[in-house]
Design a protein around this ligand. Structure first.
Ligand SMILES: Cc1cc2nc3c(=O)[nH]c(=O)nc-3n(C[C@H](O)[C@H](O)[C@H](O)COP(=O)(O)OP(=O)(O)OC[C@H]3O[C@@H](n4cnc5c(N)ncnc54)[C@H](O)[C@@H]3O)c2cc1C
Length: 487
């Protein structure tokens, strides 16, 4: 392995996803001796890259939201974000296509958004202002909490109580929108972001409305060269700060070993003082620590198609959302009936609209994401649904834009719920890890420090504070600070 086991302040990180690389970079900067072990051959975890015939497909995240969290990471490592990422602001943040043929674009310029809202629901421009005022207050209250790890004694901290009152955790995300908009069309337009975390807007607590605040009011950015530039930057900074990264190195177990911790990699036991687990939390408990876990709720899964087209298709925006004709049924089929929806809502990403470097000249990339049920209540055969899903998706895109995508396909790849299990060790194919319902948020979400095994920490989407790139970056700060305090 080339590791000098022994010596003080030796830290292992299990996984080179965004949470693992960021914690390695921060700990390296603080002077720790860090070794990262990743099962795959490249960095990034769910923020992965697929290259085929000159097309560069970002396989996972596509939105850079909440830029202050990215800046905080680079600042904390003494780096300038602009030396690593060229972030381009989008004029149209995203476009929603409704099943009745109407559409709604969310613009960088809110005045334009409000004009469009008025066309759908007269009076809603005022509702928009009030919604934003409300969610801005919640955002300001929640932002500092995202850098904290909570345990039950945290409830005794009376300074937190006004914040809890402000964020009103017992209401749903949906109910916030319902307060300010009358039509279902707009309520969905202001809550669909719950699906970014793999939960229904009916079940997500109200404070997740900060995502809607962020994607309307803050910038929506695209890193030129693609989303994969983010893990590449983290890997570069981790390396610069002294971390050694070992790819193709799946970790098989973690256990206590004579006052230190032993990590088993490829049958070899390596000793460390601390271990930060970035591999998804439920997997780490059952497969690395050999523990029984409680019945958590898991996020939904997704079915993905990555298409390289023979030509450009100017009619789609960079980010596009196609809403189901029956939004309630769509959510019920994913979260209650645990299956693949008949008439799904889906997301279409066309990064080449902003960044032609991702495809050969004169060609476009189209990435289609369809939320589907996870396998927690039983595995279904995704293959049986694929032909139907493809037809619905292609027909809807054709109706809305006049583009017959199927005729334009040069390269086609897919990623299924099964792939999330086998590639990233995500239980039940739950794309976003543990669900973000109230009972799995804040102090109810797995803590960043293991309560039983001293020296074991967690940085990643299924632990506090939660999923999504900015929030995972925050978890890496929580863990790096905890380890530094205890050193
Ligand atoms: C399709 C999709 C779309 C998304 N869209 C967005 C978006 O637009 N914006 C956004 O902010 N977020 C988005 N997200 C969420 C975001 O990608 C995740 O929250 C984030 O990448 C999770 O990072 P992580 O480091 O916690 O976990 P991971 O990325 O899962 O990293 C964990 C790493 O651990 C490795 N590992 C697992 N087991 C082992 C083992 N035994 N030994 C060694 N290594 C192991 C895995 O291979 C992986 O590299 C999206 C996610 C997906 C999948």
């Amino acid at each position: 392995m080339g590791i000098i086991a022994g010596g003080k302040d030796q830290i292992a990180v299990v996984g080179a996803g965004v949470g693992g690389l960021a914690v390695a970079a921060r700990l390296g900067k603080k002077g720790f001796n860090v070794s990262v072990f990743e099962k795959l051959s490249r960095p990034g975890g769910r923020c992965h890259l697929l290259e085929d015939s000159g097309f560069k497909f970002d396989m996972g995240p596509s939105f850079v939201l909440m830029p202050p969290f990215f800046k905080e990471f680079f600042d904390s490592c003494g780096e300038k974000i602009e030396d690593h990422l060229t972030l381009r602001e989008l004029d149209v943040h995203y476009k929603i296509y409704y099943a009745d043929g109407t559409s709604l674009s969310i613009h960088n310029d809110c005045r334009k958004t409000k004009d469009e809202l008025e066309n759908i629901e007269p009076g809603s421009a005022l509702g928009f202002d009030k919604f934003i005022e409300h969610t801005e207050g919640v955002y300001r209250a929640v932002e500092p909490l995202l850098y904290k790890s909570f345990t039950f004694p945290s409830l005794l901290d009376h300074k937190l109580w006004p914040v809890v009152f402000k964020i009103d955790p017992f209401r749903s995300y949906w109910s916030v929108a319902k307060k300010y908009f009358k039509t279902e069309k707009l309520c969905y337009a202001f809550t669909f972001e719950a699906m970014f975390m793999g939960v229904s807007p009916y079940q997500a607590p109200s404070f997740y409305s900060i995502i809607t605040y962020a994607d309307h009011i803050q910038k929506v950015l695209h890193p030129m060269g693609g989303m994969y530039q983010i893990p590449l930057a983290l890997e570069r900074i981790a390396g610069k700060n002294g971390a050694k990264i070992f790819y193709n190195s799946p970790v098989e177990g973690i256990r206590k070993n004579k006052g230190r911790l032993a990590l088993t990699v490829k049958g070899e036991d390596l000793d460390f003082d601390n271990i930060v687990v970035n591999a998804d939390y439920p997997f780490s408990q059952t497969d690395l620590l050999r523990r029984k876990i409680k019945k958590y709720k898991y996020s939904c899964s997704v079915y993905l198609l990555y298409l390289g087209l023979k030509t450009k298709i100017p009619s789609l925006e960079h980010h596009n959302l196609f809403f189901s004709g029956d939004l309630d049924k769509n959510l019920n089929q994913i979260f209650k009936e645990n299956t693949v929806p008949e008439d799904p809502s889906f997301y279409v990403h066309v990064p080449t609209k902003t960044d032609p470097s991702l495809a050969p000249e004169g060609k476009d990339i189209v990435y289609i994401l369809v939320p589907v049920a996870n396998f927690q209540e039983g595995e279904y055969d995704m293959a049986c649904h694929e032909a139907k899903i493809r037809k619905i998706v292609f027909d809807k895109i054709n109706e809305a834009t006049g583009v017959n995508l199927e005729e334009l396909i040069e390269v086609e790849r897919k990623f299924t719920p099964e792939d999330f299990i086998s590639r990233y060790n995500l239980k039940y194919g739950a794309t976003f890890g543990l669900a973000h319902n109230l009972m799995q948020s804040a102090l109810f979400r797995p803590a960043n420090k293991d309560p039983q095994l001293n020296g074991v920490y967690y940085s990643g989407a299924s632990t506090q504070p939660g999923g999504g790139l900015p929030v995972v970056l925050a978890s890496s700060r929580i863990v790096a600070d905890m380890i530094a305090r205890q050193a």
